[in-house]
Design a protein around this ligand. Sequence first.
Ligand SMILES: Nc1ncnc2c1ncn2[C@@H]1O[C@H](COP(=O)(O)OP(=O)(O)OP(=O)(O)O)[C@@H](O)[C@H]1O
Ligand code: SF4
Ligand SMILES: [Mg+2]
Length: 352
Amino acid sequence: MSGSPVLLELDQLKTHFHVDGGVVRAVDGVSLTVPAGKTVCVVGESGCGKSITARSVLQLIERPGRIVDGRILWLSDGAGGERIDLAALDPEGEPLRKIRGGEIAMVFQEPMASLSPMYTVGNQLVEAIRVHLSLTEAEAWQRGLELLGHVGIPRPQRTMESYPFQLSGGMCQRVMIAIALSCRPRLLIADEPTTALDVTTQARIIDLLADLQAETSMAMIFITHDLGVVAEIADEVVVMYLGTVVEQGPVDEIFHNPQHPYTRALLASIPRMGRGAKQRLATIPGQVPHPLRRPRGCPFHTRCTEAIPGLCNVQDPPMIELGERRRACCVLHDQELLDRHRSAADAVEVRP
Ligand SMILES: Nc1ncnc2c1ncn2[C@@H]1O[C@H](COP(=O)(O)OP(=O)(O)OP(=O)(O)O)[C@@H](O)[C@H]1O
Ligand code: SF4
Ligand SMILES: [Mg+2]
């Protein structure tokens, strides 16, 4: 992994929503890197900020949301090896529009909301292709047909002539994936792209993405709740909790040697093979705190079985580098801090 240049770097990114009851810190200081040609999977419970992190990269945040701090450094095609800060670009301006869909493409969590009900699939696919590639309409149509075939749509011609509302959710999702792949992006951000699909189509799409990656060196940020998919496709895993990254590392390390109590709890919640199909999936005990009532100290301390009273509920945990591209944000990895806390606690105990 060390040989691949960093294509995208999020540096202390913060995206907040100012709502009536206060500020929702949906993304609150996220730092992560995506190496060229690699797949980084982002996991974490619902509401932890995965989608808002992904949407922030292309400044696709709806009001009242706003990027309030941090940098989004992108190794752009035309920048001669320089990285440009996407957070500093005008969201409506030409430079960012060129990157959106051209260099970086996105598949959204809600496919229906991303396709226009007014135009046929063919119109939308041809337009997406022609914005970034200089092809005639007929050539773009042909390319659209091929792409629909690639993502497993059985009668591409008929689908090209259909309106999105005439298609199932799964078909729309596949159309979205075809549109995203149409310009051969260098980075694909896929937000739960296969959730609406049946198992066979899901496997087919994952294989397609893997093939494309091998062919074009496309990098991926892949958001999913499915740890089976993570095991299959990830090079690295980023674990998020309440708007922050709590752990990042190579996929094998995350699965076999997790270093953050939240990651351990997530992995323990995977249903084991052989359990009855009707058995409820295990979940992590306790509730994710309300986004407007973020706890002080470590965001996970209200549910952490390893929390240290007087420390975890008071102090922000440090992000500790544990090796190359391996880190965890937990006091258990800061021996100095633990020793200081223990001596302070002992001193209080012996005081008459
Ligand atoms: N328009 C909005 N206004 C206020 N808060 C918002 C808005 N959109 C998202 N949020 C909040 O931002 C936080 C992060 O949301 P996000 O959609 O990124 O979660 P997620 O990790 O993608 O969850 P899921 O797994 O359910 O898709 C949540 O607390 C959510 O309530
Ligand atoms: S900092 Fe404390 S509460 Fe947070 S994960 Fe580590 S041990 Fe648990
Ligand atoms: Mg989401």
